[in-house]
Design a protein around this ligand. Structure first.
Ligand code: NAP
Length: 292
């Protein structure tokens, strides 16, 4: 049993906390805004401030929106870095800018606190069921020390290399997520517009060698007009922008990813940001002259 502070009780954070508690850890949680918590999280201690949550804890885990949220939570007088116990280990599951990751790691190092970048693949269901895929970067010894904790929330845990490697791997993966989501929307628009039977279409997409978990998981929901958020569309835009910045800094042209980012921007401008990332398909259906 380890005493763990967990900061950020959004869609993903709540699932992660559930599994830390299930594994018998002593979890203290903090969220910026007060939230009603599911019964499964009743065993967690709720802290009023970041300082109260992290004080004396050997492990601090976080899952926040992105770089801006990280800056607010880590930095400043009331922030994590000012109050974390010396030599604690930080596990950060936020999908973020690899350069911010490197900077936060450097700030942690000045207090002998390793900040591991450990973003995840999987969504609300996988977080809740403890079946996430973690992609991690940071000092190997620090990673090894918290790997058993990661495993309580995970289907798989991958060590990618030095600080920033996990953050980079996450953006590499999300480039494919964003692209698949966009091409699925175009394919479904074409299928619908030309009168193909939706069940028959999904029956084919269930078995073909070009299918994927995303296509199988999202396709039926989009055809049924279900866009309840598991992964907010506004966060997909955030990731698409992060991919663009990362690729530009790396000297890698990603013209398709750039165009897809603009589709997501349009979707946010149309008020779809608080729906699931697949609500991009609403826009694509509309562009094809289809009803929702
Ligand atoms: P979410 O439900 O929107 O939760 C975001 C969390 O960040 C909330 O706890 C929010 O607090 C907190 N936050 C935002 N801005 C803040 C600030 N300035 N200061 C302090 N706290 C702040 O998002 P999520 O779906 O859990 O995603 C969390 C991370 O996991 C993101 O990086 C996302 O890209 C990544 N991710 C998500 C999925 C998914 O399917 N959902 C999958 C893989 C990775 P409040 O409650 O006060 O707003």
């Amino acid at each position: 049993m380890t005493e763990i502070a967990f900061l950020g009780l959004g869609i993903m954070g709540r699932g992660m906390v559930r599994n830390l508690l299930k594994a018998g850890h002593d979890v203290t949680v903090w969220n910026r805004s007060s939230r009603a918590l599911e019964d499964d999280l009743a065993g967690a201690t709720v802290a009023a401030t970041i300082a109260e949550a992290v004080a004396g804890k050997p492990v601090v885990a976080l899952c926040l929106t992105g770089p801006d949220a990280q800056r607010e939570v880590y930095e400043g007088e009331g922030g994590l870095l000012a109050h974390v116990a010396p030599e604690a280990t930080v596990i950060d599951a936020t999908t973020t800018d690899p350069e911010v990751t490197v900077d936060l790691f450097a700030q942690g190092q000045s207090r002998a606190v390793p900040v591991l970048d450990c973003p995840v693949f999987g969504s609300k269901g996988e977080a809740w069921e403890g079946r996430l895929d973690f992609v991690c970067g940071g000092p190997p010894a620090a990673f090894d020390s918290v790997k058993p904790i990661l495993e309580t929330m995970a289907a798989t845990v991958h060590y990618l290399g030095p600080t920033g490697s996990g953050a980079r791997m996450k953006l590499v993966g999300n480039l494919l997520v964003a692209a698949q989501m966009a091409s699925l929307g175009e394919a479904l628009s074409l299928a619908r517009k030309t009168g193909l039977n939706p069940d028959a279409v999904m029956g084919v997409l269930d078995v073909t060698d070009f299918s994927s978990g995303l296509i199988r998981g999202v396709g039926r929901a989009s055809l049924g007009g279900a866009f309840e958020p598991f992964f907010y569309l506004k966060h997909m835009l955030k990731d698409a922008r992060l991919i663009g910045t990362f690729a530009k800094a790396s000297g890698v042209p990603v013209p398709n990813a750039g165009q897809i980012a603009e589709f997501y921007q349009t979707a946010v401008n149309r008020g779809l940001g608080d729906l699931n990332a697949s609500a991009l398909h609403k826009l694509q259906f509309e562009a094809a002259g289809l009803e929702d």
